[in-house]
Design a protein around this ligand. Structure first.
Ligand SMILES: [Zn+2]
Length: 187
């Protein structure tokens, strides 16, 4: 991300890019287990965002919540504990292709997820967004999904604690239980 605005005025040049990003809260998270995902992303056939909801094994598949048009699923290769995705059941690759009902519920689920996340984990902030198209970093580029990544002050230092791949499945199951409980209470 280019260093712009007040940050440029403070630091002078883009050579201070990293420091600028630090100041703007864009510190990168270290998530080494994601290499498994990166190496297999192009080889996986089918669309897991279509397949998982059809399997009816929600806990195993880390599906936290089902709406009428969208569902909420924990990311198996998280950038941070609690990293989840909201996706329509329908296989659509563009936000403009969503119906009003799908788009409305998508955002209402985001609202609900944020409430639950605050209740369960009390994060200091969130990164929320859609990667549209491979050039923008989309792993599944033809089935839109909104990423919600909770952030804690200093979490770049915290994450190496979870870097052991054996810890990840346990951490995911634990996160699932806590978030599910919070979501159930909000209903
Ligand atoms: Zn799909």
């Amino acid at each position: 991300m280019p260093c712009v605005g007040a940050a440029v005025a403070r630091h002078g040049t883009a050579s201070n890019k990293y420091e600028c990003e630090e100041r703007r809260g864009m510190r990168r998270l270290w998530a080494p287990w994601r290499i498994t995902y990166i190496l297999t992303a192009d080889k996986t056939e089918g669309c897991f965002l279509c397949e998982k909801p059809q399997e009816r094994k929600d806990e195993e598949n880390l599906i936290l919540l089902r709406g009428e048009h969208n569902f909420v699923i924990l990311n198996s290769f998280p950038y941070n504990p609690g990293h989840l995705m909201i996706a329509p059941y329908r296989h659509v690759g563009e936000v403009e292709a969503l119906s009003v009902e799908e788009a409305t519920e998508h955002f209402l689920l985001l609202r609900k997820v944020l409430r639950a996340m605050k209740q369960a984990f009390n994060p200091d902030g969130f990164n929320i967004g859609l990667n549209l198209g491979r050039a923008a970093g989309a792993g599944v580029e033809d089935h839109i999904h909104t990423h919600v990544v909770p952030r804690w002050s200093g979490d770049t230092n915290f994450m190496p604690v979870l870097a052991d791949v054996k810890v990840i499945p346990e951490a995911l199951a634990d996160t699932y239980k806590k978030l599910k409980k919070a979501l159930d209470e909000i209903i």
